[in-house]
Design a protein around this ligand. Structure first.
Ligand code: ADP
Ligand code: SR1
Ligand code: MG
Ligand code: MG
Ligand code: MG
Length: 419
């Protein structure tokens, strides 16, 4: 059942829709007949249109009442568009230009009109091509630290946090998708799953029989269900980041909800490590990838260390939330030292969570429904299966024994030794 007034726009109706959106005709210049519209969606869920006029451009993203990846056979509520624009509005004051500017939201058409990012490309595509992004790590670390810190109990008064939590609880359907396709289905026989077959048939069966691995997945699922630490992006992989040589922007927060911070951090790290292993499938004599692999590992290290530093700096300088009442720690040097040790322990715990979630995010991309071009674009199935097996070796260690990694450099060392 779609609400009255809703219709899929399709390329043909986008211009007429935009003609009535305040401010947009002026931004584009000319009139609807002068605007070119191109559907460019390459994600699993929605339709995305880039619109260019004589003066400027916009991007329109519309939810359809089903999952794009599967089609009408998998109905999906339209509210995800509402949560995407709401999450963008909530984090924008803290992350500034890191998210696209929302120009308009149409709650009848479930359509977001936003800034068109240009000449940005999707990070995952750039990384498959072997392109380096020198400012990526610092900018992603900043985005994660600011969005997570400022929506946590360290920064928000309890009442405001609970008001926001109540709103985002409405995003239960997309949370449910994650609960199923990341934490449940990859570990069982399920018609949605696929993997490189027959090469990984025995591996997939071993995973399904691996009680420790399934317990680790279930433990993470519980943490995802029951740890409302901060407003998460909820789908922070390398396909949700658009980049130029010096700019990093985060798109697509439709899975936003209050959950464990390690889920976002782990999504980013896990997808970088997938790319590391996938490079062996893209290396050629003309384009050897060994040095690029070093850059990928250095980037993952810098993402974590930058995130940790920035998050701690925000905590030390702006703990305006109701957790850790300032009055308990002001003035007394012992208490100040104890609070700093507490902060370090908090980050150590968050590191372990992030590694474990990274493992879950890697596993689902190899055994579950939704795969990554990093691996999918490796044409030779034997070579792809080799890269995927290496990913799974790391993923199992991350999920079962995240505490054995004493620091992020240990993960880089593990990546190198698995290869
Ligand atoms: P989905 O929710 O279906 O995954 P995304 O929000 O990830 O959709 O968008 C799909 C694609 O559309 C992106 O990979 C990117 O190429 C393009 N895109 C999305 N938002 C913008 C934007 N603001 N500017 C330019 N291109 C965009
Ligand atoms: C059916 S699963 C689709 C996946 O695509 C989105 O980007 C999320 O990662 C989701 O899990
Ligand atoms: Mg997307
Ligand atoms: Mg999406
Ligand atoms: Mg993922």
């Amino acid at each position: 059942e779609v609400p009255p007034g809703y219709e899929p726009l399709g390329e043909e109706k986008v211009a007429a829709f935009l003609a009535a959106v305040p401010g947009v005709p002026e931004r584009l210049g000319g009139g609807p007949a002068d605007w070119s519209v191109r559907e460019v969606g390459d994600g699993n869920l929605n339709y995305v249109y880039l619109v260019d006029g004589p003066h400027g451009s916009v991007c329109v993203k519309q939810a359809l009442p089903y999952l794009r990846l599967v089609g009408e056979g998998w109905p999906l509520g339209l509210q995800r568009a509402h949560f995407e624009q709401l999450a963008t509005h909530v984090v924008a004051p803290h992350v500034g230009r890191a998210v696209p500017q929302i120009l308009h939201y149409d709650p009848t058409l479930f359509a977001i009109v936003m800034e068109k990012l240009s000449p940005h490309i999707i990070l995952r595509r750039g990384m498959v091509a072997g392109t380096r992004y020198p400012r990526l790590a610092a900018q992603i670390a900043d985005y994660m630290a600011n969005s997570l810190f400022h929506t946590s109990d360290l920064a928000l008064p309890a009442r405001r946090k609970k008001e926001l939590m109540a709103e985002f609880c409405g995003n239960w359907e997309l949370c449910g998708l994650t609960e199923e396709v990341i934490f449940t289905q990859p570990y069982m026989v399920h018609p949605h799953n696929r993997w490189t077959s027959p090469q990984l048939d025995a591996t997939a069966a071993r995973v399904r029989a691996d009680t420790e691995w399934k317990l680790a997945a279930a433990r993470l699922k519980l943490k995802f269900l029951a740890s409302p630490e901060a407003l998460l992006h909820g789908d922070l992989h390398t396909g949700s980041v658009m980049v130029t040589a010096d700019d990093t922007r985060v798109i697509d927060p439709e899975f936003a909800f209050f959950g464990p911070m390690g889920f976002d951090v782990g999504a980013m790290l896990g997808n970088l490590w997938i790319n590391f292993f996938a490079q062996d499938g893209h290396a050629t004599a003309e384009s050897p990838r060994a040095e690029y692999q070093d850059w990928v590992l250095e980037t993952a290290e810098a993402v974590w260390t930058g995130f940790r530093e920035r998050f701690l700096a925000l905590w030390r300088g702006g703990a305006t939330g109701d957790a850790y009442p300032a009055a308990h720690f002001d003035g007394d040097p012992d208490a100040i030292r104890a609070l700093e040790a507490e902060r370090q322990a908090y980050m150590d715990r968050l590191f372990i969570d992030s590694l474990a979630f990274a493992g879950a995010k890697i596993t689902r991309r190899i055994l579950g429904i939704a795969h990554n071009i990093d691996l999918e674009w490796i044409a030779d199935p034997d070579l792809r299966a080799l890269c995927e097996t290496r990913c799974l070796t790391l993923a199992r260690r991350l999920m079962l024994e995240p505490g054995r990694f004493r620091g992020i450099a240990d993960v880089s060392a593990a990546c190198r030794s698995i290869r």
